[in-house]
Design a protein around this ligand. Structure first.
Ligand SMILES: Nc1nc2c(ncn2[C@@H]2O[C@H](COP(=O)(O)OP(=O)(O)OP(=O)(O)O)[C@@H](O)[C@H]2O)c(=O)[nH]1
Length: 234
């Protein structure tokens, strides 16, 4: 199994807080070759969804992340068995006030879901069934690969969620469980493994069309997100 890190593709963010919406011709060339899959990352606020996706797409730990408003998009192209697979990762907002108008968009045409909790926060773990329930309400069925991730394992002394309890919950839903840390650099490959597990499961699935996601929906969502950020009272 190989992850290809081509120049300009390794941290292939479509746009984040400070990124441009414009796609380069190099980007267009790459995406034209790759099948695209939409993955949403869901969980309570502050569990580390942004840091995990940044670690996977950017390779580093994002210091001082801001609360996600609406959604942030990141991408990374993987080379799996000679085929390019582009993962378009939707880093969703954990705070209800920043997500309520976006929920329908999160779940539309989703290919895989990552549920994240914080191993130092029992309440974030206890919320997981509610996130799963929300997912089901939006018709995301068992055919959509789902994974559970316990983040912040580097904070060993502050752990509130035992692995055994997490495994029990994961088994109940038949999800793979990963415990990791977006912060600990030695966990980098483990973070990659989460997304690779999904990528391999998606390989046999039908791809999204590039135009469908990257130019229409995403541009629309970006405008919506900008408006929400502008009206945010925080
Ligand atoms: N110690 C430790 N801190 C982490 C880790 N991942 C994230 N954090 C911290 O946890 C806080 C929240 O991280 P985010 O990635 O913004 O959390 P989020 O789930 O995206 O939050 P929302 O955008 O509000 O939904 C930040 O202070 C991060 O620095 C980790 O693996 N270990």
């Amino acid at each position: 199994m190989a992850i290809e890190n081509k120049p300009g593709v390794e941290f292939d963010t479509v746009f984040g807080r400070n990124d441009s919406l414009e796609l380069s011709s190099h980007h267009d060339y790459e995406t034209a070759q790759a099948r695209i899959f939409k993955i949403i990352v869901i969980g309570d606020s502050n569990v580390g969804k942004t840091c995990l996706t940044y670690r996977f797409c950017g390779g580093t730990f994002l210091k001082n992340p801001e609360a996600t408003i609406g959604v942030d998009f990141r991408e990374r192209t993987l080379e799996l068995d000679g085929e390019s697979i582009k993962l378009q990762i939707w880093d969703t907002a954990g705070q209800e006030r920043f997500r309520k108008s976006m929920v329908e968009h999160y779940y539309r045409s989703v290919h895989a879901v990552i549920f994240v909790y914080d191993v130092t926060s029992l309440s974030s773990f206890e919320s997981i069934p509610e996130w799963i329930e929300e997912c089901s309400r939006h018709s995301v069925g068992p055919q959509v690969p789902r994974i559970m991730v316990g983040n912040k394992c580097d904070l060993r002394d502050r752990r509130e969620v035992p692995t055994s309890a997490a495994q029990c919950l994961a088994d109940r839903y038949n999800f793979p469980l990963f415990e990791t840390s977006a912060k600990d650099p030695t966990e980098k490959e483990h973070v990659d493994a989460i997304f690779l597990t999904i990528a391999y499961r998606l390989k046999s699935h039908k791809p999204l069309r590039l135009k469908q996601l990257s130019e229409c929906n995403v541009r629309h969502l970006w405008n919506q997100r900008e408006q929400e950020a502008a009206t945010c009272q925080c």
